[in-house]
Ligand binder design. Structure first.
Ligand code: P6P
Length: 334
């Protein structure tokens, strides 16, 4: 029997039916994101063919050179969603402050936080890169959203996902009940359900970390990574080292195959490199719903109360048993 052809729109509609009081606003927001993903993916996939590569000469809030695709992806996310009346506020990796909804449009009940194109330093090398997004309900009192809406703990997310632009374009997301993957079929312009209920293996055999930073690591991380390299047939060691240097690509592989990704704090970056609000939190929400775990080494990522939009956090994320092992080493218990 031919496989069911389930588009993302159909999946979202079918899911909504389980919530009789749903207004359809949240479903429409998810569809808006799928539309933005198609537009961004089109440019990313042809980046090597047109003069989209290279630098705009601008730099973003972090002082990083902004490549044209970063800027383009940020604009697409904003323009695809600013007028829909579903959002009260947005925040982006590419913009210093929160992004208010233009006054000519009405405000909605949801908050969108996003990294428009993570891993952008890999663009010219045609390495997989990604868009990451996180959705919350509005909690502030007024009509329009505020910074307070953007600084909710990750455990209050109502949806999170990413789009990976690789050998194919995939949209992976969760609304809290299971994690689904949709693969883009450009011949029909649709995201088709390809991974119905993603579950990350409880333990993997892959570790992803930039070992070039090892001289600056704290002792616990050094011991943990050395532990993974020891030969021990019973516990499937040594693990294989796989590091792409593109968070979405490294996370996606470990989500499907099992394994652990680490970007720890070190002597140079005491808070780590990755961002809590629009990188660690959405991926943590996804991995927990897939049966995995995400930690900063001392506590669950989802339990951290954000203090600022661009704050950094150490990130240890992936298979439950692997992340718990890493926490034990970091905390000096092993
Ligand atoms: P490093 C890419 O620049 C990024 O923000 C993430 O996508 C990736 O996981 C990390 O930085 C790689 O950092 O220091 O290993 O190059």
């Amino acid at each position: 029997m031919s496989p069911k052809l389930v588009t993302i729109e159909r999946h979202i509609t079918d899911t909504q039916r389980k919530f009789p009081h749903a207004t359809g606003e949240f479903s429409a927001l998810l569809n808006d994101l799928a539309f933005a993903a198609k537009i961004i993916g089109r440019e990313v996939n042809k980046a090597g063919l047109v003069d989209v590569l290279g630098f705009t000469g601008a730099t973003n809030v972090h002082g990083e050179e902004v490549r044209k695709l970063d800027e383009y992806a940020d604009e697409v996310m904003f323009r695809a969603l600013d007028h829909t009346g579903r959002l009260c506020v947005m925040a982006s990796e590419e913009r210093e402050d929160i992004i208010p909804i233009p006054k000519k449009f009405k405000c909605g009940n949801y908050v969108l936080l996003y990294d428009p194109l993570d891993g952008s330093s890999n663009i010219d090398a045609n390495v997989s890169i990604g868009t990451i997004f996180s959705i919350y309900r509005k909690i502030s009192a007024g009509e329009c959203g505020t910074l307070e809406d953007c600084l909710q703990p990750g455990s209050d997310q109502i949806a999170a996902g990413y789009i990976i632009y690789g050998s194919s374009t995939m949209l992976v997301f969760t609304t809290g009940n299971g994690v689904c993957g949709f693969t883009y079929d450009p011949s029909v312009g649709e995201f088709l359900l390809s991974h119905e209920n993603i579950q990350i293996p409880k333990r993997g055999k892959i570790y992803s970390v930039n070992e070039g930073n090892s001289a600056r690591w704290n002792e616990g991380i050094k011991k943990y990574v050395e532990h993974l390299k020891q030969v021990d047939e019973e516990t499937n060691r040594p693990y294989s080292s796989r590091y792409i240097g593109s968070l979405v690509a490294d996370f996606h592989r470990n989500l499907l195959y099992g394994g652990i990704f680490l970007y720890p704090a070190d002597k140079k970056s005491p808070h780590g490199k990755l961002r809590l609000v629009y990188e660690a939190n959405p991926l943590a929400f996804i991995v927990h719903r897939a049966g995995g775990y995400a930690s900063n080494g001392g506590q669950r990522i989802l339990d951290i109360k954000p203090e600022s939009i661009h704050q950094r956090t150490p990130l240890i994320i992936g298979s439950l048993e692997d992340v718990k092992d890493a926490e034990a080493f970091i905390q000096g218990k092993r």
